[in-house]
Ligand binder design. Sequence first.
Ligand code: PMP
Ligand code: GLU
Length: 397
Amino acid sequence: MSQASQRIASLAVSETLAMSQKSNELKAQGINVINLSVGEPDFFTPEHIKNAAKKAIDDNFSFYTPVPGYLSLRQAICQKLEKENGLSFKPEQIICSNGAKQSVCNAVLSIVNPGDEVIIPAPCWVSYIEMVKLAEGTSVIIETEIDQDFKVTPAQLEAAITPKSRAIILCSPSNPTGSVYTKNELKALADVLAKYPNIIIIADEIYEHINYVGKHESIAQFENVRDRVAIINGVSKAYAMTGWRLGWMAAPQWLASACNKLQGQYTSGPSSIAQKAAEAAYLGDQQCIEDMRQAFARRRDLIVKLASEIEGFKVNKPEGAFYLFPECSYYFGKSYNGRTINTSADLAMFLLEEGHVASVGGLAFSAPNYIRFSYATSDENIVEAMRRVKETLAKLK
Ligand code: PMP
Ligand code: GLU
């Protein structure tokens, strides 16, 4: 039968990628769509990183790479972890992959047995729940709202833990909310988790460098949970390298070995050229990160100001990443031209088709009353997009 397996048939399509594709299709028809759906830096990869990749081609880095990545890259990542995060890892504990997305999935598949529970504070990134599904685990969602700045409290966490809890996926700075946990907030969560030694902490830190409030804090710094944290990171966001596909995990040895075995049967080591580029990114001048961070900070201020002026939007001030996540339920039940908005997905589709601005409805992030706008685009695009959103939403009565 020409039918996908149950495992794949039950997976949801990635909504972020789907909305972006839809926006590109409309653009191909000649419609001037502003794409605030997918989250990726609009900057080009810095020159010194591109040059390292060109040199790698000329130097014949064309053979299979070690499954966990070149030792030189893993050493560079260990240096980064030591220098920037004060964390000591051995190269054997680092597994490089085809992007942070694969690293999260590797970790989930290597930790979760069928029926195990994975705690996921929501709003959460689209792929976590689907990855848990792939591992035949059960996602336990902790809901948070804009009034608590979308941050889970220690009491909420404790209430979600059961004897079946096997992992928690924490994302700070967060996609889709932009919230950043402070050191004290992370310590309070670590103190709860310290009481449950069976729970592995998957700390998705891919937005580490897109932080507007100061130094990045990792939950791995706390000794009482240190040996149970798998840090996920990569070059996609910090160095504007989304298409290069290079991410990594730094984890306890047993987990690194499990992911190594998984990759050995599934993908092998990541691209040789991308690895040499990533090595140059970590060892080279870090000014490029700061330049992009400053641009994102300016855009954050701009979009917060403009979105706050839109009737019916409740907006907070994100402290990291490049997403704005307004509450938009004010528009549910309203109509225009016989079209009624019942969900945030309806609203996102209305904004795309009627206002030519692509966004992503909140349900994809387990937060149905919200809508996500990525502001990793030019100031001009942000201004024009928010003008269109305001004008389009005003049609709804
Ligand atoms: N985690 C989060 C929270 C993300 O937003 C993304 C988006 N790309 C990823 C992981 C995956 O990153 P990569 O492009 O390195 O696979
Ligand atoms: N992480 C980005 C986003 O949330 C990229 C798309 C994806 O990988 O889901 O838009």
